[in-house]
Design a protein around this ligand. Structure first.
Ligand code: SAH
Length: 356
């Protein structure tokens, strides 16, 4: 057992069972031993692979998205591009290289990054050095300029709480200990029904509802900045449009599903993102939120097929690999439908990639 597992067990033994959110937060971001503190989980040799690691085309389409919005905003002389959880920096390197073909965009751009992993921050530093990125710890500070936010597979890594419907109402799911092993259980006292979204209150016993408070908080903070300074937030993740019943917490290790209660800090734990909840938060701050797009539709509207053809024309030997990568990103039975693109932005802007 890792040291983190022992610390979690000690906390349960002394303080009682902990919420799923507390468990996730400790597993992912514990200052010394959390999953996203050291090591590089991405890629073929790691635990999972993400869209920007599949092909440069993914980041390039996002570069186009950013530059187009900047132009729509009247090409301001200074803009903050903020990426949440940039991983290896691949997405942003591809995006800024592509957006560099739009005159003035790079000169106006100040790049800011948020990442809790020291290992990944140094990879970002290496890959993005020419854009002189700045790492920030706190997204709450006013950016001081128009803001374009990008987050790919970031919101799914934020802690969620789970509520389970029992005979006598809704109970929070907790992580406890039984005979020395970590187990899921329910908090003995039901939560007030009003804690649940109205349409779900009378769900069948056994139903599970997830609430991502950290994600909502991040979206609210960034939406308030965009409402004040102008700009947009783009979040791509696997997710759905809630409020909904369903359990999506999952653990992955070396490209296979794992038990989320075993080996804390060594497996990636994530949950599908409730884009319906993020939408409510952004709307409440006064932003416009176009209909959620599937990743496949979003990339298609931005012209990824034409980009693939150009890449193939300039490197015919790679034709098969490029076509396969395109398929992985957009095909409905690959990432195309499960992953969604969400955008919240200043009213009056028209985000490319989304339905008009
Ligand atoms: N966007 C990248 C990486 C996705 S993995 C890609 O698509 O390849 C999730 C990223 O978010 C990692 O870089 C991880 O270090 C970062 N991260 C996870 N939880 C975080 C948190 N609470 N605060 C800041 N960064 C976090």
């Amino acid at each position: 057992m890792s040291g983190l597992g022992e610390r979690i067990d000690l906390e349960i033994r002394t303080g009682g069972p902990m919420s799923v959110a507390r468990y996730m937060a400790l597993c992912l971001s514990h200052p010394r031993t959390g999953y996203y503190r050291d090591g590089d989980p991405l890629g073929a040799g790691g635990d999972f692979i993400t869209a920007p690691e599949i092909s440069q085309m993914f980041g390039e389409m996002i570069g186009l998205f950013l530059a187009t919005l900047w132009q729509q905003m009247g090409s301001p002389g200074r803009i903050i591009v903020l990426e949440l959880g940039p991983g290896r920096g691949t997405l942003m390197a591809d995006a800024l290289r592509a957006a560099g073909s739009v005159p003035g965009f790079l000169q106006a751009t100040q790049l800011r990054l948020v990442d809790s992993s020291a290992t990944l921050r140094s990879e970002q530093a290496a890959r993005l050095a020419s854009y002189k990125p700045e790492w920030i710890d706190d997204i709450a500070a006013d950016p001081g300029a128009p803001l374009l936010v990008v987050a790919n597979e970031f919101f799914d890594a934020l802690p969620i709480r789970q509520f389970v419907r029992a005979g006598d109402g809704w109970h929070e799911r907790e992580v406890g200990l039984a005979e020395g092993r970590r187990i899921f259980g329910l908090s003995p006292t039901p939560v007030p029904e009003t804690s649940l979204p109205e349409p779900l209150r009378h769900a069948e016993p056994g139903a599970v509802h997830e609430i991502g408070l950290a994600g909502r908080q991040a979206m609210a903070t960034l939406s308030a900045h965009v409402a004040r300074r102008g700009g947009a937030i783009l979040a791509i993740d696997y997710g759905f449009e809630g409020p909904a019943i369903g359990e999506t917490l999952q653990a992955v290790r070396r490209h296979a599903f794992a038990d989320p209660l075993e080996a804390p800090g060594e497996v990636d734990i994530s949950a599908h993102v409730d884009f319906g909840a993020l939408r409510e938060v952004a709307l409440a701050e006064g932003l416009a939120v176009p209909a959620l797009a599937t990743q496949g539709a979003f990339l298609a509207r931005l012209g990824i097929a034409a980009r693939a053809e150009r890449l193939i024309a300039s490197n015919p030997a790679a034709a098969e690999a490029i076509a396969a990568a395109l398929d992985r990103l957009v095909a409905p039975d690959e990432m195309g439908t499960l992953f969604k693109a969400f955008c919240a932005l200043s009213p009056g802007l028209y985000p490319p990639g989304f339905e008009p």
